[in-house]
Design a protein around this ligand. Structure first.
Ligand SMILES: Nc1ncnc2c1ncn2[C@@H]1O[C@H](COP(=O)(O)OP(=O)(O)O)[C@@H](O)[C@H]1O
Ligand SMILES: [Mg+2]
Length: 212
């Protein structure tokens, strides 16, 4: 108990990137540490189990994604609660997509589609595909935050994954929604053989929502 509290000591000397509900992220040299913090409302044993599982799970998903040819930061676990990764010095797609030149936006949306296709083709679901979880560095798009991800080959999971991105684009990038979505689907289709099934399922999901 005591030891654990010390291990979790606040990283006072490090620059904090984000203090989220579940994790605190801070810079340590060229590395970024994502440390899952204690939740007082959970029983301590369960709490540490969950934090361990999520840390390990996220690392695994990122490694597998990397192995599938998706651009993600390189990663390692340092202890059970700390995910240490390469710090990607760039800009969140969320902050830059709207102001981009059309040509650059086409490139970025194509990259998104290709990336998601590779994930799905390799049995990986990201779980939180939004433009906040993508970083643009030069011409490369890095995918981050696999905290809600899982391994699955189900069409339903893939459709939901992609549909979440559509919804995210709709709410933050409405003006380029149609253009970007088209670019995403084109690249997705070129890189994932099962695209037709996924698109059919997305239509079903949309209908389900409409009549709810
Ligand atoms: N490897 C990284 N390189 C640079 N910035 C990062 C990296 N990982 C996370 N960030 C920044 O920290 C923010 C929160 O990280 P994220 O993994 O999305 O945590 P959360 O689960 O709290 O959303 C991101 O939106 C991004 O701005
Ligand atoms: Mg995030």
């Amino acid at each position: 108990m005591r030891k654990e509290r010390m291990k979790q000591a606040s990283p006072a000397s490090f620059e904090i990137v984000q203090r989220g509900a579940e994790a605190i992220l801070y810079l340590r040299g060229k590395e970024l540490v994502k440390e899952r913090i204690k939740k007082g409302y959970r029983l301590p044993e369960l709490d540490s189990k969950i934090r361990k599982q999520r840390t390990k799970g996220e690392a695994k998903l990122m490694e597998r994604s990397r192995g599938s040819g998706v651009t993600v930061p390189s990663v390692r676990t340092e202890d059970e609660f700390k995910l240490v990764m390469e710090y990607v010095k760039g800009e969140r797609i969320k902050d830059v997509l709207n102001g981009m030149a059309p040509k650059e936006r086409t490139n970025v949306c194509g990259k998104m589609g290709e990336m998601i296709a590779k994930l799905h083709a390799n049995g990986i679901i990201h779980g939180d595909l939004t433009t906040s979880n993508m970083i643009l560095k030069g011409k490369e798009v890095y995918l981050i935050d696999f905290g809600l991800g899982k391994f699955s080959e189900k069409v339903e999971d893939q459709a939901v994954d992609l549909f979440l991105l559509y919804e995210a684009l709709k709410s933050t990038h409405f003006r380029s929604l149609e253009e970007c979505w088209k670019g995403i689907l084109k690249a997705y289709g070129q890189n994932y053989p099962n695209t037709k099934e996924v698109l059919k399922r997305i239509e079903k999901i949309k209908k389900r929502r409409r009549y709810r």
